[in-house]
Design a protein around this ligand. Structure first.
Ligand SMILES: [Ca+2]
Ligand SMILES: [Ca+2]
Ligand SMILES: [Ca+2]
Ligand SMILES: [Ca+2]
Length: 297
């Protein structure tokens, strides 16, 4: 009786099923789940980056881009596990000399948060991110990665020497006619940080607010940035324009990209896939109905 129990083909199928289920479960566990932060409730998600694609681990992850539109006020949100927070800390050159960066805002593992790269003309082609003609500078201290030892990055350092010395910090704002510094480890993540601008003091009245903070989510510390732009003060741009958004950090270990069409998000691949599954299901039920009708006839 016991012998026949093991020879039972049905039992083998059940055991195989259990093993396959266990394999599926272990695959699911390997994928990190990061939900959107509560602070973005009611916002539109227009980019969901992989939660497991950053070189160097969790601390370099970019996870989501969000937007809201209210008349000519465009709100943009960024959710990362790279530190993009920073309100109170000022950069101190003595810290730089001693290699102690622990008190620097927008910093993780030796690398610095980049600017939010924006394009309003639907075209992001061109090398080194030249298709992104605008930048939101969060007002963080910024250094580039390589070529020479951590060159400080601000619009004042190159063409606008009369704006001061190389502070590495620009006033928070929306900047136009931007060129980029991109000496990253992972070049494909360009653009990184603006190094020059046609509007070296920022576009007047364009950046209405610039908020930051942290929330714990799914067992990780997540950081966010929220900016509100008044497009009425940006010449030649309105809420009807397409918007492309890009962000990375000075190593380029992860990047995130999103596109808004005239204030409406492009459906994400998951949405398209779900739609496909829905259509396939609809087609299947249609065929089954046809077959039943044929049988009945
Ligand atoms: Ca990512
Ligand atoms: Ca462009
Ligand atoms: Ca800057
Ligand atoms: Ca990415």
């Amino acid at each position: 009786m016991k012998y026949r129990f093991y020879k039972n083909g049905g039992l083998r199928v059940v055991l195989l099923g259990i093993v396959m289920l266990m394999m599926l479960c272990s695959t699911a566990r390997a994928t990190t789940v990061i939900d959107t932060l509560d602070t973005f409730d009611g916002w539109n998600v227009f980019a969901t980056d992989s939660h497991d694609d950053a070189h160097g681990g969790d601390g370099y992850e970019a996870d989501y881009l969000f937007y809201k539109l209210d008349g000519q006020e465009l709100s943009l949100g960024l959710q990362t596990r790279f530190n993009v927070e920073g309100t109170e800390m000022e950069f101190d050159n003595h810290l730089h000399d001693s290699g102690d960066h622990t008190h620097i805002a927008g910093y993780y593992g030796g690398y610095f948060a980049g600017d939010l790269a924006l394009s309003f003309d639907g075209d992001v082609s061109g090398s080194g991110g030249s298709g992104y003609e605008y930048a939101v500078d969060f007002g963080l201290y910024t250094e580039a990665y390589g070529g020479y030892y951590r060159k400080q990055v601000s619009v004042s350092q190159d063409a606008h020497g009369d704006h001061g010395h190389d502070t590495g910090t620009d006033a928070e704002g929306l900047y136009g006619g931007v060129s980029w510094r991109n000496d990253l480890i992972y070049d494909s993540s360009a653009p990184f940080a603006m190094t020059d601008s046609d509007t070296p003091d920022g576009i007047v009245g364009a950046l209405m607010s610039n908020d930051t903070g942290t929330e714990e989510k799914n067992g990780f510390l997540s950081y966010y940035r929220k900016v509100v732009l008044n497009l009425a003060n940006v010449s030649g741009v309105s809420s009807e324009n397409d918007v492309d958004v890009h962000w990375t950090m000075s190593c380029g270990n992860d990047e995130i990209d999103g596109h808004i069409i005239g204030g409406n998000p492009v459906p994400e691949p998951t949405t398209i896939a779900l739609l496909g599954i829905g259509l396939a299901g609809f087609g299947g039920s249609y065929l089954r109905r046809r077959r039943r009708q044929k049988k009945a006839a």
